[in-house]
Design a binder for this molecule. Structure first.
Ligand SMILES: C[S@@+](CC[C@H](N)C(=O)[O-])C[C@H]1O[C@@H](n2cnc3c(N)ncnc32)[C@H](O)[C@@H]1O
Length: 209
């Protein structure tokens, strides 16, 4: 974390015991340590509050860290649907949602995100969709999100700064896919967007029509 990120975290994004347990879970459970940072989690929480989110879809649960930040922005009758391909990650995340006291408003959908998105359509429209998984399906997630967000709803994506690496690193497939996705968002007639340059960059796009 940079000094500024540490300052923001201490001032605005302090974790309780459940959040810090969930963020350290990947280390304990031999899972990849790729959760959002606390200040990014707080940003997600605030964005969800700003749109009065009642129904959120997250793609990429890992240990449930970002999911806890999102779920805590929901009203009691709200619901976070979080999609995860790894059974181990599902098990760890479920325990972390319980520990954080949000399991009543979180449904983990186990399997490939694309399959679950198609089933989730019936529960929409959604107020917010947060992308934080493997980049090769992002153009499909974009198509789904534009159809299934309400007007005024938000499409948010972690790791948006990676798109900027595409020009300097022609062999970086992750950067190329992120760049392609960001261009598709920028050119989409139903979205207005920008990147909030904190952490690894948070794309925030609003569905306008
Ligand atoms: C970056 S991590 C998510 C981190 C989490 N959002 C957080 O900040 O706490 C990405 C997760 O996406 C999952 N994933 C990757 N490809 C997927 C797919 N096709 N469908 C569902 N989940 C997927 C991985 O197993 C991993 O747990």
């Amino acid at each position: 974390m940079t000094d500024i990120e540490t300052y923001i975290t201490q001032l605005f994004a302090q974790e309780d015991e459940a959040l810090s347990w969930a963020r350290s879970a990947p280390e304990r459970e031999q899972m990849p340590r790729i959760s959002v940072e606390p200040f990014e989690g707080k940003l997600l929480n605030l964005l969800a509050q700003l749109v009065g989110a009642r129904k959120i879809v997250e793609i990429g649960t890992l240990a449930g860290y970002s999911g806890i930040w999102l779920a805590r922005a929901l009203p009691e009758d709200g619901q976070l649907y979080t999609l995860e391909i790894s059974s181990k990650h599902v098990e760890v995340a479920q325990a972390n949602f319980e520990r954080a006291g949000v399991s009543d408003r979180v449904t983990i959908q186990h399997g490939d995100a694309i399959d679950h998105l198609n089933k989730l359509t019936a529960k929409g429209p959604f107020d917010m969709v947060f992308l934080d998984a493997k980049r090769d399906q992002y153009l499909d997630y974009l198509k789904w999100a534009v159809v299934n967000l309400r007007i005024g709803g938000l499409l948010v994506s972690h790791n948006a700064h990676r798109g900027a690496l595409a020009a300097q690193q022609p062999d970086n497939e992750d950067a190329a896919m992120m760049n392609q996705f960001l261009h598709a968002v920028a050119e989409h007639p139903q979205l207005t967007a920008t990147i909030i340059s904190m952490g690894d960059g948070m794309l925030v796009a609003r569905k306008t029509s």
